[in-house]
Design a protein around this ligand. Structure first.
Ligand code: KIV
Length: 277
């Protein structure tokens, strides 16, 4: 493989740790995350300075062409976490616990987390609030860093009645706020907010002692995440308003990823007026 024309961040930066992520958060610097499913992109994203690679179960839709994330298995997640870990040098790797791999009991969640961590994940992500607090406590007490995921939780798409904005009513906003606090108290190290009003995300972010990572949740979250194929403009079909095609205006993938990092860090992306709800 040829060498890159730019100076890769991963040749100069130390491996990203939870401690480093906390330092960045405390200093007010925005955190960058993108989904990643293979070794080649892991290297590209790491070199562009993306701090967190999320091996998301969105791979069910992005790579497998399924209509939801529900069919994704733990074995498939393990395979992709291994691939990402093989290509990565310094970024923090988060593995998604897929549907039905953690809902049964905290012990089941621990076993599934062990599989992802033995494959190379440094943190696991699980969806939902309320009942998940107990599982988050169980995992964190046993040395598994956890990222929670609230708002639109795609594994519950059928219960939610589709991919629609969450937390719009006063009652739903209050529940989301309560769940966020419970998860932080239980030891979650960060929370992804998907598709919720920007004002609500801003309010909860101010209340919490841990970073929030937004996807369709506005610029005031502590960091941002997008699905890689969406932000590279190669996903077909109608995309949600919160997606920006970073290939527009740039000549290649390296440049587009670096632009994403720069725009998140400088608060240029997302623009609440364009990408917010
Ligand atoms: O699976 C995934 O890619 C995700 C992101 C959309 C946050 O959970």
């Amino acid at each position: 493989m040829s060498s890159h024309p730019h100076d890769p961040a991963s040749t100069t930066r130390k491996p990203i740790t939870l401690h480093r992520l906390r330092e960045l958060y405390s200093s007010g610097e925005k955190l960058t995350m993108l989904t990643c499913y293979d070794a080649t992109f892991a290297r590209v994203l790491d070199e562009a300075g993306v701090e967190m690679l999320l091996v998301g179960d969105s791979l069910g839709m992005v790579l497998q062409g399924r209509s939801s994330t529900l069919p994704v298995t733990l074995d498939e997640m393990v395979y992709h976490v291994k691939s990402v870990a093989a290509g990565n040098k310094t970024a923090w790797i988060i593995g998604d616990l897929p549907f039905a791999s953690y809902q049964q009991s905290a012990e089941q969640a621990m076993q599934s987390s062990a599989a992802l961590m033995q494959a190379g994940a440094q943190m696991v992500k699980l969806e939902g609030g309320g009942w998940t607090a107990e599982t988050v406590r169980f995992l964190t007490e046993r040395g598994v860093p956890v990222c929670a995921h609230l708002g639109l939780t795609p594994q519950s798409v059928h219960a939610l009645g589709g991919y629609r904005i969450q937390g719009k009513t006063d009652e739903a906003a209050a529940t989301l706020t309560a769940h966020s606090k419970e998860l932080a108290d239980a030891g979650a190290a960060m929370i992804v907010f998907e598709l919720i009003p920007s004002t609500l995300a801003a309010e909860i972010t101010r209340l919490l002692p841990i970073p929030t990572i937004g996807i369709g949740a506005g610029v005031d979250c502590s960091g941002q995440v997008l699905v890689l194929h969406d932000m590279l403009g190669i996903t077909r079909g109608k995309l949600p308003r919160f997606v920006k095609n970073f290939m527009q205006g740039y000549t290649g993938i390296d440049e587009a990823i670096s632009a994403y990092v720069a725009e998140v860090k400088t608060l240029s992306f997302p623009d609440n007026a364009i990408h917010g709800y």
